[in-house]
Ligand binder design. Structure first.
Ligand SMILES: Nc1ncnc2c1ncn2[C@@H]1O[C@H](COP(=O)(O)OP(=O)(O)O)[C@@H](O)[C@H]1O
Ligand SMILES: [Mg+2]
Length: 242
């Protein structure tokens, strides 16, 4: 039994008409329990495709994905999605809803329609409130998310992913477009989840300095291939622009 929580074996996502190459080209990597991995690469390198494939959102042409030792199939996908939380590029919050209601949306896949028909159970609300408080958003719980700052919105998205208690958190460009202070708050939040709760983190970033500050390991994609997989030190010397 390996200690890897994410295993990708020879992943391939095929050509499209507009792109004269594979989107993912023989991608193999193994990520251990409790690692903090930064995914880097130019626009179009395949970072989002790789991350989305880990929650079964990308039909692959070849290859195998295992999460916590379980091979991804249509049958195992619901179980896998309980273990893996995902922060989508841009957050994907419902702007008209309050912060707490957005967090509760994270429970929709867990509760049945009957269980939420008359509102979420009280213990879900308490848990959502608890998560928002942990992320420094207690005061903002009942504000519409459209009124929150970019950094606060990203933390609401993190709380929404966390309400399922995932052991693995995938984040696609969680700090893109945020100001310096908000970037730091979001990265500190991810870092705390990693160090205090042992959550395995895989995050797409663009800033090599931030990658080196928070990440333990970097995986660099170029045109659908992994061109570097190793420590985050000296990334700037190796890759001028990612
Ligand atoms: N569903 C899709 N259909 C066609 N092309 C796609 C699809 N998804 C991604 N691509 C293409 O695959 C490449 C990799 O995309 P993506 O994973 O979003 O890159 P990154 O996140 O590294 O910027 C891009 O060139 C993109 O245009
Ligand atoms: Mg992307």
């Amino acid at each position: 039994m390996s200690n890897f929580v994410i295993e990708c074996h020879n992943l391939e996502k095929a050509y499209t008409a507009s792109l004269n190459r594979l989107i993912l080209n023989d991608v193999s990597c193994q990520i251990g329990q409790g690692e903090f991995v930064v995914l880097l690469g130019l626009n179009g390198a395949g970072k989002s495709t790789l991350l989305r494939s880990l929650v079964g959102l990308v039909p692959l042409t070849k290859g195998e994905i295992k999460i916590k030792g379980v091979t991804m199939t249509p049958r195992t996908l619901p179980q896998i999605r309980r273990d893996v939380g995902m922060l989508f590029q841009g957050g994907g919050l419902i702007r008209q809803l309050s912060a707490i209601d957005n967090v509760l949306c994270g429970r929709l896949g867990v509760r049945t329609s009957w269980q939420t028909l008359f509102g979420f159970p009280e213990r879900d609300r308490l848990l959502a409130m608890d998560l928002l408080a942990q992320l420094g958003l207690k005061q903002q719980a009942y504000q519409k998310t459209s009124q929150l700052s970019g950094g606060q919105q990203q933390r609401v998205a993190i709380a929404r992913a966390l309400i399922r208690s995932p052991q693995i958190l995938l984040a696609d460009e969680p700090i893109t477009g945020l100001d310096v202070v908000a970037c730091q708050q979001v990265m500190e939040t991810l870092s705390q989840l990693h160090t205090q709760q042992g959550i395995t983190i895989v995050t797409v970033l663009h800033d090599l300095a931030i990658a080196a500050k928070y990440g333990q390991r970097a995986i660099v994609l170029e045109a659908g291939r992994i061109v570097y997989d190793g420590r985050c030190e000296n990334l700037q010397a190796k890759f001028a622009k990612c």
